[in-house]
Design a protein around this ligand. Structure first.
Ligand code: SF4
Ligand code: SF4
Length: 133
């Protein structure tokens, strides 16, 4: 460590942490019950922080408005969007999404948007919570 860093290190020792006490502070009273309830409203974790305006969380899709133009698929850098030929609608794999929102910007009918939802950890990348269609 360089000596020039020492004042900063000492100052930091007396400051409040910048990080959230998550998930410990928000952990459910019974983890066993929580895990048993996964997939239901009972298993919702209270988010640790308010999300700022313009936050890019889990993608949302208004299927009824979609005209099947495929522009979102063309701009997606992650290959996260598939076209459902039969329905002429799309399917988004959230586990592949990098939350760039380019698909939101290009969609001519504004049927894609980014929500405030960011608690997306899952053991199955194809779980129903991580597929948007
Ligand atoms: S937000 Fe970006 S990565 Fe995610 S589906 Fe849209 S274009 Fe693809
Ligand atoms: S850009 Fe919009 S309208 Fe076109 S396929 Fe994608 S979601 Fe549907």
């Amino acid at each position: 460590m360089k000596f020039s860093m020492l004042p900063q290190v000492f100052a930091q020792m007396f400051k409040k942490p910048f990080t959230n006490k998550f998930p410990a502070k928000y952990q459910p009273s019974s983890t066993t019950k929580f895990l048993a309830d996964v997939g239901t409203d009972e298993a919702k974790i209270i988010p640790p922080v308010e999300t700022p305006e313009g936050f890019r969380g889990k993608i949302q899709y208004d299927k009824d408005k979609c005209i099947g133009c495929k522009l979102c698929i063309k701009v997606c850098p992650c290959g996260a969007i598939e076209y459902k030929e039969k329905e002429k609608k799309i399917k988004i794999y959230v586990s592949r999404c990098c939350f760039c929102a380019q698909c939101n910007d290009i969609c001519p009918v504004d049927c894609l948007s980014m929500s405030n939802e960011f608690l997306l950890a899952d053991t199955d990348k194809y779980s129903k919570d991580l597929i948007v269609e």
